[in-house]
Design a protein. Structure first.
Length: 266
């Protein structure tokens, strides 16, 4: 059996970490509101379960997935919320079991996919490792919503490297989804690991436009889980500065994002 790629190992660990937060949660806490408007903890887990099932369908039955994607295209602003709303009506134990079973089966399918396999998706087709990266990013981001709702502080890990990478690679998409023309030149991005002093670098070293800061803050920014004003991510150059206002690592409409934290009153 071939060695499992690190991204698949990290996806499993990210899911298990979130499971430890919600797995023993009393049933009455699943209705707790999260920072996402209209979404409870149950909605967050239901969304992860729904997206895992969609990815599993894409990997196992592309024709059936194409039918579902066509349906989604007729309601681009609501199909994600609709899926979360449906799952959130389930009993928490049923929803938890659905999420666990779906993510385990998806993990098996993705990790065993032959090299070069391309999976259809709501945007361009994705390789299996890229799909795993996207699932890790979403698990971490929605896990942040849940942690915020519960007042839990999660310890950041090196797994954020996957989130940062997809955030950098999605730069042009962030412009396109807002009807803006993306810059033609690459940016230099330098992010400090939340675990070590290592700096994760992307783009040409001599690029005139640059972004730098803590990797955790950058990941919160590109998943739109915190407002730029509350983060220590800095830009040099007008296009890089504009990117930090609109950056997002996920497909679909950007949504309103988070508001700046209120300053404490004195």
């Amino acid at each position: 059996m071939s060695e499992v790629l690190p991204v698949f190992v990290d996806l499993r660990r990210e899911s298990e970490e979130l499971d430890r937060i919600v797995g023993e949660l009393p049933h009455d806490r699943w209705g707790l509101r999260t920072p996402a408007p209209g979404w409870s903890i149950a909605h967050q887990v239901a969304h992860l379960a729904w997206t895992d099932r969609a990815a599993l369908l894409a990997a196992t039955d592309p024709a059936a997935f194409a039918t579902e994607a066509a349906k989604a295209a007729t309601a681009p602003d609501s199909f994600v919320d609709d899926g979360a709303e449906e799952g959130a009506t389930l009993h928490p134990a049923t929803l938890l079991a659905r999420w666990r079973a779906g993510r385990d089966e998806l993990w098996r399918i993705l990790s065993e996919a032959p090299a070069g396999t391309r999976l259809p998706w709501y945007g361009p087709p994705m390789a299996a490792p890229s799909m795993a990266t996207a699932r890790l990013m979403e698990t971490w981001a929605h896990g942040q919503d849940i942690a915020d709702a519960l007042g839990v502080t999660r310890k950041p890990t090196e797994r954020l490297r996957h989130v940062a990478r997809i955030g950098v690679r999605a730069r042009d998409f962030a412009f396109a989804v807002r009807g803006l023309t993306a810059p033609t030149e690459e940016f230099r991005v330098e992010l400090t690991s939340p675990v070590t002093d290592e700096v994760w670098t992307y783009g040409p070293e001599d690029a005139p436009q640059r972004v730098s800061g803590p990797a955790l803050d950058f990941c919160l920014l590109v998943t739109r889980r915190a407002h730029r004003a509350d983060l220590a991510v800095r830009a040099e150059g007008p296009d890089a500065d504009r990117w930090l206002d609109i950056a997002q690592a996920f497909a679909g409409p950007p949504g309103p994002g988070r508001s700046p934290r209120e300053e404490p009153t004195r």
